[in-house]
Ligand binder design. Structure first.
Ligand SMILES: [Zn+2]
Ligand SMILES: [Zn+2]
Length: 280
């Protein structure tokens, strides 16, 4: 099986690089739903993220004790920054990501005018861009009121020591860069689901949330696209509580907004899951 590498989080604020790489395909776990609709994870299967990386659980109490990148009077807005051709290649998806960021994180979101991709980050011998170098450049121009500032590219990214990454995020700089190029699929709904999950997961990291090791959750780490696709779009109760605390959102108001978007984009499983949470 072809080697694959997923999701890196560079976290100076939490003391170094937290997560990275690796290999092999794995069947996603299929845990049982509890009465609240959340699924506790069983032991990891061989090849899964948790099988490779023994990360501790980040409790709600540990999270609020900080340090946390938190919404405040000065940090109010979620910015999407198209890089190079991504502004036209992904025009429709960028608008979906903007709407999703507003519903998911409860802060105003804006798509900025495209800027050229930083050619200094290109590594010709790999035909890829160095994600860490793009983030350094983005950090120089982060809007003052940004809670989250993310670059979106249609070029392939890598980080040192890794074959490729879908995204990389820096907590200390409140910014990240995501590539959608490996998510593209003929199935528009699948492409949407992947792009929105990447947005939620990596931006969750920018809001200081670590990988989830307790529940089936969008904040679970993934070793490859197949494992990634097996994760739900929702936050588990622990990570939901963190987001509600961070941004001051109302739970049901948030679910109603998400439900409307899931229905609009034909994301049936998620729409149904959220409906059940609203009728409990
Ligand atoms: Zn991650
Ligand atoms: Zn979780």
């Amino acid at each position: 099986m072809k080697k694959r590498v997923v999701l890196i989080l560079a976290s100076a604020a939490l003391g170094g690089v937290l997560v990275l790489l690796q290999t092999i395909s794995a069947e996603p776990s299929v845990p049982q739903e509890d009465e609240e609709g959340f699924q506790k994870l069983g032991p990891p299967k061989p090849g899964e993220w948790r099988d490779h990386f023994k990360e501790p659980a980040q409790s709600y109490e540990k999270y609020v004790a900080g340090p946390v990148n938190r919404k405040s009077e000065r940090r109010t807005t979620f910015y999407l920054q198209p890089l190079g051709n991504a502004g036209t290649t992904y025009q429709e998806m960028l608008e979906r990501m903007r709407l999703y960021a507003e519903a998911f994180f409860g802060v105003p979101s804006k798509v900025l005018e495209p800027i050229p991709l930083f050619e200094a980050a290109y590594v010709a011998k790999r035909s890829q861009y160095n994600a860490s170098r793009i983030i350094e450049k983005l950090a120089d121009q982060i809007p003052k009121d940004a809670l989250v500032y993310i670059g979106i590219t249609d070029k392939d990214l890598f980080s040192e020591g890794l074959n490729f990454v879908f995204g990389e995020a820096s907590l200390s700089w409140r910014c990240g860069v995501y590539s959608l190029v490996r998510y593209q699929a003929k199935d528009e709904t699948l492409f949407t689901r992947r792009s929105l999950n990447l947005l939620a997961h990596e931006s969750g990291h920018i809001l200081s949330i670590e990988h989830c090791v307790t529940y089936a959750c969008v904040m679970q780490g993934a070793n490859n696209l197949r494992e990634d696709d097996g994760h739900p779009m929702h936050l588990c109760p622990i990570d939901l509580r963190k987001v509600l605390w961070n941004t001051g959102m109302d739970r049901d108001d948030r679910y109603r907004k998400l439900q409307a978007l899931y229905k609009k984009w034909d994301l049936k499983t998620e729409a149904e899951w959220v409906s059940k949470r609203l009728t409990r």
